[in-house]
Design a protein around this ligand. Structure first.
Ligand code: ASP
Length: 432
């Protein structure tokens, strides 16, 4: 059996949903579809999930969500009418959801309704059974999947029937609706694939696979025919967003292959993601921007055992979870997502750290990016040297190097303003 997940752009309107039907019906092994909420139909359009979060924000401010929710209703009713599905029942459901959002059911409930309604409409259009994620997917407080989920799915899924399951959400052990992080329908697909031990997990999107570089930066970038699980996770970590990085974990042990395919060009082969790739050496380059840097100094810091840990704990108290670190004899450098703390939080944190730990200096600055060259077997290739030389030749200063921590990537810190130029130059050197 094949589990097929369709992202927001694949279900953005009635025409896209017709393509989904054609894909599902072209191979009878496709028995379970996981769907996202309708995404953008064109540039500048809004995703249903974003509108639902807006609805919740209005309610938080003591206002009604009605004006924004009307937009959502209009889109779903239009889809239903174009697909010739009974829109009366749908309208009743929409009213009920709007009342619940207005009554303050919270952000997770509001956001989850995009996938819920999408799955209802698509199941009716296909004549497939609707299985609510709330009844099968149990999400722990820390957003990981509760192991009982797999048993529930096995019990609920009849191998002789076809199902549509909404992605992105489930419920807590206490029965409250909870979502994964953004883009989390990929995780739902992966959980379902593992539960039924699928032969393949298809991830349908609006690009023909995972590119060797972001095609918005490198025109005509090539698609990777195959990547390993590890390479995909490394790539997500440095900004490639095609496949959610947490979606590998559920199928890791089962070793189920994934294929990323394009709903608009189903004939394209896409990218296969397999437990271990046969290709060694660099496969892709990507950059993740929006990072800030903390630099702190204290004489003989490396001899003050336990201090690194205490400093890190303090960072956590201020909501900062660093992604990349460098340690010197008298200094530490951490990079973190700038969204984690605004300027006043950073200032308060610096003052407290300086005082409590007797630091010689501490500074925070913004506008950093991490450039990653990804590929299994990195240590036996010269990609590290090639990348360093390319950056130097292009006048791009580096602020950080991480080589050797993983055999599947080498990371360089660059200024965010240089990130696109760095990706272009490195792509052309390694893959051009
Ligand atoms: N609709 C959700 C989002 O926009 C989840 C998903 O599409 O995977 O993040």
């Amino acid at each position: 059996m094949i589990v097929s997940k369709f992202g927001g752009s694949s279900v953005a309107d009635a025409d896209q949903i017709r393509k989904v039907k054609a894909i599902l019906e072209s191979d009878e092994r496709r028995r379970i579809a996981i769907v996202s909420a309708p995404g953008k139909r064109q540039k500048g359009d809004e995703k249903i999930t974003d509108l639902l979060y807006k609805c919740n924000s209005l309610v938080q401010k003591g206002l009604t969500c009605r004006p924004v929710f009307n937009e959502i209703s209009k889109r779903f009713v239009q889809i239903a009418q174009k697909l010739k599905i009974d829109d009366k029942k749908l309208s009743e459901r929409l009213d009920d959801i709007r009342c619940k959002i207005d009554a303050g059911r919270g952000a997770d409930y509001a956001a989850s309704r995009g996938e819920y309604l999408s799955a209802l409409v698509i199941s009716e259009f296909l004549g497939w059974e609707f299985l609510d994620a709330e009844d099968v997917i149990i999400i722990n407080q820390d957003s990981t999947v509760n192991e009982a989920t797999y048993q529930r799915l096995k019990e609920k899924l009849d191998p002789d029937r076809n199902y549509v399951i909404p992605g992105f959400y489930g419920e807590t052990e206490q029965g409250v609706v909870k979502t994964f992080t953004r883009g989390g329908s990929d995780i739902t697909g992966s959980i379902v694939a593992r539960a039924i031990n699928a032969e393949l997990y298809e991830n349908w999107t609006d690009v023909s696979g995972i590119y060797r570089a972001d095609p918005r930066i490198v025109e005509n970038a090539a698609v990777n025919p195959e990547l390993s699980y590890k390479e995909v996770r490394e790539l997500s970590d440095v900004g490639a967003t095609v496949f959610h990085e947490e979606a590998i974990a559920p199928i890791h042990e089962a070793g189920i292959p994934i294929v990323v395919k394009n709903t608009n060009r189903p004939e394209d082969p896409g990218t296969r993601i397999v437990p271990e790739s046969n290709d060694f050496g660099p496969t892709a380059v990507s950059a993740r921007g929006g990072l800030s840097r903390i630099r702190l100094r204290k004489l003989m810091l490396f001899k003050k055992y336990g201090m690194r840990h205490a400093l890190l704990t303090m960072l956590h108290i201020f909501g900062i979870r660093p992604s990349y670190s460098l340690f010197g004899i008298d200094s530490i450098v951490w990079f973190f997502d700038s969204k984690m703390a605004n300027d006043s939080v950073c200032q308060a944190m610096c003052e407290r750290l300086k005082k409590e730990f007797g630091l010689d200096s501490i500074e925070v600055d913004h506008g950093h990016a991490i450039l990653g060259v990804v590929g299994d077997g990195m240590s036996s290739s010269d990609a590290y040297l090639q990348t360093a030389m390319t950056l130097k030749e292009n006048g791009i200063a580096t602020t950080f190097v991480n080589y050797g921590a993983s055999d599947s990537s080498v990371l360089f810190g660059v200024k965010e303003a240089d990130a696109a130029a760095a990706v272009k130059a490195v792509y052309s050197r390694l893959f051009g």
